[in-house]
Write a protein that binds this ligand. Structure first.
Ligand code: FEO
Length: 403
């Protein structure tokens, strides 16, 4: 079965044996519009070593790609850089089929794998600085806790100069081209930002720590091989993703503006458009997103670049719209910075609580809020819209002043 599938040769000793998930569209609440890959790697040295496995439904794809190079029973070691099930989901099946001499993971990885697959699942723990000689090559390990789970670690293969970086430097983006230098940099920029904003933004401190620790190792990396998306094999593409990570991990305020809202009978939408025109008139780049069509994970990507975030909702049953509450809850989990400007607005018929509730949420997230919550009864008049335009101008200027 699947015996037509091939591994992809990366170097004389290392093969790509991962799987492609073209159609995944929901990755624990994150809209993966371009699919993803679960990358895994086979090292042919005296100790044949498999780096990571794949999501459980892709077991046969992994085994078929391995089988295109060697008999999987020849695998001696498996290294689990990250225990989240998109990388370890079929690990028990692989272990049962291959019967490796040892499975390695980080100290926390041992605990997490046992929590998933049972206390009798045997794992040999490795800690930062540990090395594993596999023949001509030696693998060395750096624990990268919370990038993306407590168990996460990266592994460096010295002679082949490959850094297997699990979630770090990855993105949910898959095409038929395996390498970043074969793909579109503008799409990769968006997808790497989306990945960071939705998976790592709240962990930016830990990302900075891991980047610093990696930098201090001064590794000569010829191939940077994350567990999702394209691999980086040229100095230009490695520099691209490393620079982008350094920028994102600094979590700058952002010089753009974002307006996201829900609308019932288009009043809140009209207000959003007036605010947007006011912001645009100052020269600030503004993104307007209706939650009737935009996904929370795209909103979060825009938040990453936005120093000004305006949130609107009609009042329904004395509450904000559920779609707005959803995004605010998600934002609260992911945003740890306190340097953005916020603005709450909306329309109402007879009670009008939504903008006040949005304001309270933004205040709790430590947004700077230059205006009180703004509400308009039923349908905004020309005079109302002029006021919102002027608020947009003031907000745009404030963003520019504090840039
Ligand atoms: Fe790709 Fe944190 O798993």
């Amino acid at each position: 079965m699947n015996d037509y599938l091939q591994a992809v040769k990366l170097t004389d000793k290392v093969y790509y044996v991962g799987s492609i998930d073209w159609n995944v569209r929901n990755f624990h609440g994150y809209h993966t519009g371009r699919g993803t890959s679960y990358n895994a790697f086979l090292i042919l040295d005296e100790k044949v070593t498999l780096i990571d496995t794949v999501k459980k439904p892709f077991y046969h794809e992994l085994m078929a790609r391995i089988s295109s190079v060697i008999d999987p029973a020849e695998i001696d070691y498996i290294i689990s850089n990250h225990a989240e099930p998109d990388h370890s989901g079929c690990l028990p099946e692989v272990v049962a089929a291959v019967k490796p001499e040892k499975v390695f993971a980080s100290v926390m990885g041992e605990k997490v794998l046992k929590a998933h697959y049972g206390e009798d699942f045997e794992v040999t723990p490795l800690k930062t600085g540990d090395t594993l000689n596999i023949g001509e090559n030696t693998l060395s390990v750096l624990e990268t806790r919370m990038l993306h789970w407590p168990d996460s670690m990266v592994t460096y293969l010295d002679k082949e100069k490959i850094l297997f970086s699990q979630d770090a430097f990855g993105m949910h983006y898959v095409t038929s081209k395996l390498f970043a230098d074969q793909n579109d940099y503008s799409i990769m920029t968006y997808e790497a930002k989306k990945y960071f904003a939705n998976i790592l933004m709240h962990l930016a401190n830990q990302v900075r720590g891991a980047m610093k620790a990696l930098g201090e190792l001064n590794l000569d990396v010829k191939i940077l091989a994350p567990d999702h998306g394209p691999l980086f094999r040229t100095p230009e593409s490695i520099g691209f993703i490393q620079d982008l990570y350094a920028q994102m991990a600094a979590v700058p305020r952002g010089n753009k503006a974002l307006i996201f809202y829900a609308t019932m009978w288009n009043s809140t939408e009209k207000i959003a458009a007036a605010i947007a025109d006011g912001i645009r008139s100052t020269g600030v780049e503004v993104k307007v997103a209706s939650l009737n069509v935009a996904d929370r994970s795209d909103i979060m990507t825009y938040v990453l670049d936005s120093g000004l975030v305006c949130v609107g909702s009609p009042t329904m049953n004395n509450q904000m719209f559920p779609a707005v509450a959803d995004v605010l809850t998600y934002l609260k989990g992911l945003l740890r910075t306190t340097n953005k400007i916020g603005y709450a607005f909306g329309s109402f018929g007879w009670s009008g609580e939504a903008p006040k509730k949005i304001f309270a949420e933004l205040e709790a997230m430590k947004f700077e809020l230059p205006f009180e919550p703004q509400s308009t009864k039923f349908v905004p008049t020309d005079e109302d819209l002029k006021k919102y335009f002027e608020h947009g101008v003031a907000l745009g200027r404030k963003l520019q002043e504090n840039a």
